[in-house]
Ligand binder design. Structure first.
Ligand code: SF4
Length: 300
């Protein structure tokens, strides 16, 4: 499948037909089993300045937190007790000492005997190797957009090449690497929507998430709610096409392109106050500050 084929699925093909074919592919290669990932957002501290994200370092309005090792382990245990098949440890970038996190990973694997995925951003290869040795088997690092110029605008001081290099290092270390992208970013084009999918395929990732861009109040004007927030699905989309429906189409197209890979069915699953997924923690409060660097809880 080439870019033109993907554009056809995104913009021209009958939406119902795309959904039906993707559903058939899902049933054929994955069956009906649902995998539940227990997410522990252990810190919302971040050193980066992704312009669409409420957790970005310059946002002084956000109350920051980092859980202790004991709190992370307790949350993981509660998630597993509630039926999670695996644990995802997520934070902003640069929030943690590598050895601290390795100790947490090792203890979860030892005591809970579930796979551990990490989503803590771009780090040196030695950190990725340390965590792999500790037992982490999956790593989630979304590329967000395959357009290098747009990536640079949205991530001041960073490049798409750096992110892709990290994903290649992770794969080389034996991680099951996952990536993903957003739909609706200011400045996105139809071609770049297709290129996101092609890049994920080229990287050979085992999971790819497609999430909508949701303007966040405490972000710079181009990414905040208001008239400057343009909708990239408009140039070729028909009446009624929205960021949400385009996000769904991209997810289905990814499914058609790479049947065996995982596609998160949800970014986050609110489970109600008081249970393992959303309890009275800073994480629940901080969820209002939309972080788009990684997946939350995923299915399939
Ligand atoms: S998207 Fe991730 S890396 Fe970027 S500012 Fe938000 S938490 Fe940090």
């Amino acid at each position: 499948m080439e870019r033109a084929d993907i554009l056809h699925l995104l913009y021209d093909a009958d939406a119902g037909d795309v959904r039906r074919r993707a559903g058939e592919t899902l049933l054929r290669v994955k069956g009906t089993r649902v995998f539940v990932r227990g997410l522990v957002e252990f810190s919302n501290v971040c050193r980066r300045n992704c312009r669409y994200c409420g957790l970005r370092a310059p946002n002084r309005k956000l109350a920051r937190y980092t859980l202790t090792q004991a709190e992370v382990l307790e949350a993981a245990a509660r998630a597993v007790a509630s039926g999670a098949d695996s644990i995802v440890l997520q934070s902003g970038e640069g929030a943690t000492d590598a050895v601290w996190l390795a100790e947490v990973v090792r203890e979860i694997v030892r005591s809970l005997r579930v796979p551990v995925a990490l989503s803590v951003g771009e780090r040196p290869a030695r950190d990725y190797a340390l965590w792999r040795d500790a037992g982490a088997t999956r790593y989630l690092l979304k590329h967000e957009t395959a357009d290098p110029a747009l990536y640079a605008r949205l991530h001041p001081g960073h490049s798409l090449a750096e992110r892709v290099a990290c994903l290649r290092v992770l794969a080389g270390l034996g991680y099951a690497a996952g990536t993903g992208f957003m739909t609706g970013l200011p400045g996105q084009t139809p071609d770049s929507l297709a290129d996101d999918i092609l890049l994920a395929r080229e990287l050979g990732v085992t999971m790819c998430g497609a999430g909508p861009f949701i303007p966040q109040a405490d972000t710079p004007p181009a990414c905040a709610p208001g008239p400057m927030c343009s909708c990239p699905v408009s140039p070729r989309s028909g009446a009624g096409e929205t960021t949400a429906s385009m996000t769904a189409r991209r997810r289905l197209t990814w499914r058609l392109l790479t049947g065996p890979s995982r596609s998160p069915g949800a970014r986050a699953v609110p489970t109600g106050k008081g249970d393992a997924g959303e309890r009275e923690s800073p994480a629940a409060e901080a969820r209002q500050q939309v972080c788009l660097c990684a997946f939350a809880v995923s299915v399939t």
